[in-house]
Design a protein around this ligand. Structure first.
Ligand code: PEP
Ligand code: MN
Length: 227
């Protein structure tokens, strides 16, 4: 992924799952895997922190803290990541308005941590063919209403790998500051979200497309692509 242009590595060690019987991550062992991936690749790590109790251990291993969609309005967690000295990526809640999302970011910044980026990951709509509806208007809206970087996650935003390249390209065309893309060497065997994960080969093709597009359509290099 690094060869293809990814510059941050993301994986879940503490994973929020809709079903308690789904794979919920490996906890600290997972964080150790992420640390060894950083060691090997030099890529910084981002991983989710689900509860205040986990902040200390996630902070020890991770370069960036992710707050997931389901925790966007966990105000006590937001306060606490706001007291940390590491950047936070705040994902949009499943049914959150822009105002609610920006106020959630405000919770973090009000505690002193100004290093916040936002991640559009799709919202709940009547449509069920896609897992979520990627709300691309979020990109120019957030850029109008705030100074915060806006990352798009076309993987959770669609739930289907074959929709990811087009929506990644559309995100870049809309002016997104970065992409978060799920990749797996063998998506059919992934413990989580295989249906929305790209193979290495398809990720590489996506990056070629996005790189060309970012030069032409927006005139700025894409700043982050996350695997
Ligand atoms: C994730 O990024 O792994 C995740 C669970 O996404 P979300 O919080 O957007 O559902
Ligand atoms: Mn996932």
């Amino acid at each position: 992924m690094k060869e293809s242009g990814a510059n941050i590595f993301r994986g879940g060690a503490f994973k929020p799952r809709s079903s308690p019987y789904s794979f919920r991550g490996l906890g600290e062992d997972g964080l150790k895997f992420l640390a060894s991936a950083r060691q090997e690749t030099g890529l910084p790590i981002i991983t989710e922190v689900m509860t205040i109790a986990d902040i200390e251990i996630v902070h020890r291993y991770s370069d960036i803290l992710q707050v997931g969609a389901r925790n966007m309005q966990n105000f006590n967690l937001l306060d606490e990541v706001g007291r940390q000295d590491k950047p936070v990526m705040l994902k949009r809640g499943l049914s959150a308005t822009f105002e609610e999302w920006l106020l959630a970011a405000e919770y973090i910044m009000a505690k002193g941590n100004r290093q916040v980026m936002l991640c559009e990951r799709g919202i709940r709509t009547f449509e069920s063919y896609t897992r979520n509806t990627l709300d691309l208007a979020a990109v120019p809206v957030i850029q109008k209403l705030s100074h915060l970087p806006i990352i798009c996650d076309p993987s959770h935003g669609t739930g289907k790998w074959y929709l990811v390249p087009a929506m990644a390209a559309a995100s870049v065309a809309a002016g997104a500051d970065g992409l978060m893309v799920e990749v797996h060497p063998a998506p059919d065997h992934a413990k989580s979200d295989g249906a929305q994960s790209l193979t290495f080969e398809n990720f590489s093709l996506l990056m070629e497309r996005v790189r060309a597009l970012s030069r032409i359509a927006v005139g700025k290099p894409i700043s982050a692509a996350l695997g």
